[in-house]
Design a protein. Sequence first.
Length: 221
Amino acid sequence: MLFRRPVVSALIGPSILSANFADLGKDVCAVLKSGADYIHVDVMDGHFVPNLSMGPAVCAAVRRAAPRAWIDVHLMITNPADFVDPFLAAGANNLTFHIETVRKPAALVRQIQSKGATAGIAIKPATPWTAIKSLLSLADVFLVMSVHPGFSGQKFLRSALPKVRAIRERISDNQRVELDGGVTPQNAQMCRRAGCDALVSGSEIFESKNYARVITALRSG
Ligand code: DX5
Ligand code: ZN
């Protein structure tokens, strides 16, 4: 027992970007039944990132399929403030916007929180953690991207881990560091040990035949 490594665990949020859109409700229910802690919804506008994905109508569909799920919306869009109300009306619990897109991030965090949701701030791989230093006491979630935003199935960028560590050291237990992109059962332990409270995973979960096995491995394997 002396040499047994301690298990550090994290919350797991499947990204429905890799789900079967033709049967989304079924996939959402299946990952929740398989142990997912929350559902991650990737919103892309073809402007901030070079891809288009889903809008409030899809978020509302997830809410209908899973009335009690925690829905985490990741806004990879140029004008996140314009979409706070539509996504909250569609049932989102957390709204995360990118620091690279807004001029007054503190005001947007407060706007989201004042409407009863939690607020997250995301940073791209090229953005240092110090870009959000002044917001560390304010937001609820800090999303560190470990791939270039826009697509699922990309290779994990290890340069995200020192940022996770730096942020985790400076926030409280009520706040969360979330890592997003290229997370696999092979690198999950390293991510959790760096201080991740929550891990997003798209392709690894939805392309597997056994969601529960992958979710368990990501959480504590
Ligand atoms: C990328 C998205 C991620 C991505 C995760 O822009 O924010 O959530 O879909 O997918 P995987 O786990 O396949 O990298
Ligand atoms: Zn995401």
